[in-house]
Design a protein around this ligand. Structure first.
Ligand code: COA
Length: 259
């Protein structure tokens, strides 16, 4: 089986690339597990100062949960997956290095949640961001409800979570959902690398101290993540959620019954 995640190191910078272009870099079980392994490997390497997370191709950064795999997963396996999102991806917001999502294309559902788990975000002008979960009879289950509301405020978070609409670069930048937009056709990866060069080359002790101090400005997120999980559980047990997965497979609009 091919590796769903590529890891490359350039001096103090680690480049982590989601590499499943045939599935729009969606998060399969193997991808999430591999991301966890990569995180543990990077955490043990004191030379890493910056981690750039990106995706292969220009269409998608990450299209969220692998919906094809999801169709064959039991509810127990989905619960395991939700646990894995939390345990295997938390390094992106808790390591001693700064993490940045270089959003090269669509970041949808779990893909946007992955970007939200990073410290910083940059996108291309063509990329779009959105949380389509409620259209699939579920809610964002990888911290999206909590991290989005903290980043852009509750009203904007509700706009995205409830309407499922996709936002482009101008709106995302105005909201502070992304820090920067790559300009002049530059790739998201190249723009992120040049943006964070001063961090990679800066004073290691001060850079780390600054990162950890700013992160401490926010209250711990654990309670909110527990609440998100409780509410996901209600959706996971619903017939609407099963109908949505069938509709994806059949390429049709789901018929929700509220059951
Ligand atoms: N999981 C598994 N496969 C996915 C996927 C996902 N989340 N998203 C896309 N794919 C697959 C498609 O099924 C298609 O494969 P196929 O040709 O074998 O059917 C392939 O990737 C290309 O997708 P397509 O939709 O034709 O590409 P596009 O360039 O027109 O659009 C996206 C790209 C990302 C905008 C679009 O694929 C999309 O909206 N995906 C779903 C996102 C989503 O709802 N995620 C779940 C959140 S909970």
């Amino acid at each position: 089986m091919t590796d769903p995640v590529r890891l490359e190191r350039r001096f103090g910078v680690a480049i982590v690339t989601l590499d499943r272009p045939e599935r729009m870099n969606a998060l399969s079980w193997a991808t999430v597990e591999r991301l966890g392994e990569v995180g543990r490997e990077l955490a043990a390497d004191r030379r890493v100062r910056v981690c750039v997370l990106t995706g292969t191709g220009e269409k998608a950064f990450c299209a969220g949960a692998d919906l094809k795999e999801r169709q064959s997963m039991s509810r127990a396996q989905v619960r395991q997956m939700l646990n894995a999102y939390r345990s295997e991806l938390r390094w992106l917001s808790e390591s001693d290095f700064v993490s940045v999502a270089a959003i090269n294309g669509a970041a949808l559902g779990g893909g946007l949640e992955l970007a939200l788990t990073c410290d910083l975000r940059l996108m291309t002008e063509q990329a779009t961001l959105g949380l389509p979960e409620t259209g699939l009879g579920i809610i964002p289950g990888a911290g999206g409800t909590q991290r989005l509301a903290r980043l852009v405020g509750q009203a904007r978070a509700l706009d995205l979570v409830l309407t499922q609409r996709r936002v482009g670069a101008a709106e995302a930048l105005a909201w502070g959902l992304v820090n920067r937009v790559a300009s002049g056709g530059e790739s998201a990866l190249d723009a992120a690398l040049s943006w964070l060069l001063p961090v990679a080359e800066g004073a290691p002790i001060a850079q780390r101290a600054a990162l950890l101090a700013v992160r401490a400005a926010q209250a711990p997120i654990a309670q909110g993540l527990d609440r998100e999980r409780e509410l996901y559980e209600v959706c996971l047990e619903s017939a609407d959620r099963d109908e949505a997965l069938r509709a994806v497979a059949d390429k049709r609009k789901p018929q929700f019954q509220g059951k």
